[in-house]
Design a protein around this ligand. Structure first.
Ligand code: UDP
Ligand code: MG
Length: 309
């Protein structure tokens, strides 16, 4: 019998774990030809999440857990889950039921038929989400697809069913700074997305702040695009050309109208500020890449597990 592993990152989700489990068990009736395996990856929860998970483990020996020593982030949790999964097919899901379990049979069918290596889910609407957040999110997809060679599918969730081969490819990417949306595309293979309407969380609340999402999107740019570096080089080039033109203008003016140069002090201040700004910006962009190199070179583990059950 083929096995489907469900990778479910959980971070302070005491109210949702049980609901998730029963929703999946209910849906499992529609694909009983597959054995199920659950991997709840506890991303350093500080509430009663682990108690709930442990209760499930006692009840059902298909339930497993990796428990982190602290909060390492969802990306690390996904990695840990993929590493431990033993299934022939592997699904990644959020625990808050924003990823509808009813889509599982169709996704599974797509992958097990051999036609697709992964079938994922894409949100077509963002109803129930703050307008500003949706706007920034769509801006992010436009910008990153302009700048990156790796196409990032707009609205794509981490929710997907993948083949074993594809999961092995993901695991072979050992980078510390992880941006799954990019990694999923970067590895290639044949992938399809099913559309669906945004679902609200069943309980609990999102652990992503606006600032958190912003930092995550910057990670996407740094990991999958070198365009910002090109951009600052261009800025430097343009500034240099303007400076040469300016020098010529000043030189000619000094010859034609001797003594007038001294009136130019406000423009001088503006130029100094503009150049200073461009330099600081460029330094910041370059610095961001260096900081990622710094973290990669340290070769720290992606996560530290306290307990595996
Ligand atoms: N999550 C996690 N570590 C974190 C934040 C979130 O493992 O640091 C998990 C969380 O428990 C949930 C999934 O990632 O299963 C998605 O989180 P959330 O619903 O907060 O994000 P949103 O759906 O709002 O993007
Ligand atoms: Mg959610």
């Amino acid at each position: 019998m083929n096995k489907l592993s469900l990778i479910v990152p959980v971070f302070n989700e005491q109210d949702t774990v049980e609901m998730f489990y029963s929703a999946i068990e209910k849906e499992h009736k529609n694909f009983l030809e597959y054995e199920l395996e659950y991997w709840f990856v506890d991303d350093g929860s500080s509430d009663k999440t682990m108690d709930v998970v442990n209760k499930l483990i006692e009840k059902d020996d298909h339930v497993h857990t990796v428990s982190f020593s602290r909060n390492f982030g969802k990306e690390a949790a996904l990695y840990a889950g993929l590493e431990h999964a033993t299934g022939d097919y592997i699904a990644v899901m959020d625990v808050d039921l924003q990823d509808p379990p009813t889509m599982l049979p169709e996704m599974l069918a797509g992958v097990s038929s051999g036609e697709w290596d992964a079938v994922g889910a894409r949100r077509t609407s963002r109803k129930g989400e703050p307008i500003l957040r949706s706007w920034f999110s769509s801006l992010f997809y436009k910008l990153i697809n302009l700048m990156s060679d790796t196409h990032i599918v707009e609205g794509a969730r981490d929710f997907r069913v993948m083949s074993r081969q594809m999961v092995d490819a993901i695991l072979s990417m050992q980078e510390y700074n992880r941006f799954s949306k990019g990694i999923f595309t970067w590895i290639g293979f044949k992938q399809k997305y099913l559309d669906y309407e945004n679902q609200d969380r069943v309980a609990g609340q999102t652990s992503w702040s606006f600032w958190g999402l912003f930092k995550y999107s910057i990670e996407g740019f740094i990991d999958f695009s070198r365009a910002p570096l090109l951009l600052v080089s261009l800025l430097g080039g343009v500034a240099f050309i303007l400076a040469v033109i300016g020098a010529i203008v000043v030189f000619i003016r000094a010859i034609l109208y001797p003594g007038t140069s001294v009136f130019g002090w406000p423009s001088a201040v503006v130029i100094i500020l503009a150049l200073g700004g461009v330099q600081l910006l460029s330094l910041g962009v370059v610095g961001r890449y260096i900081s990622n190199i710094y973290l990669e070179v340290k070769n720290r583990p992606i996560y530290i597990a306290k307990k595996v059950k």
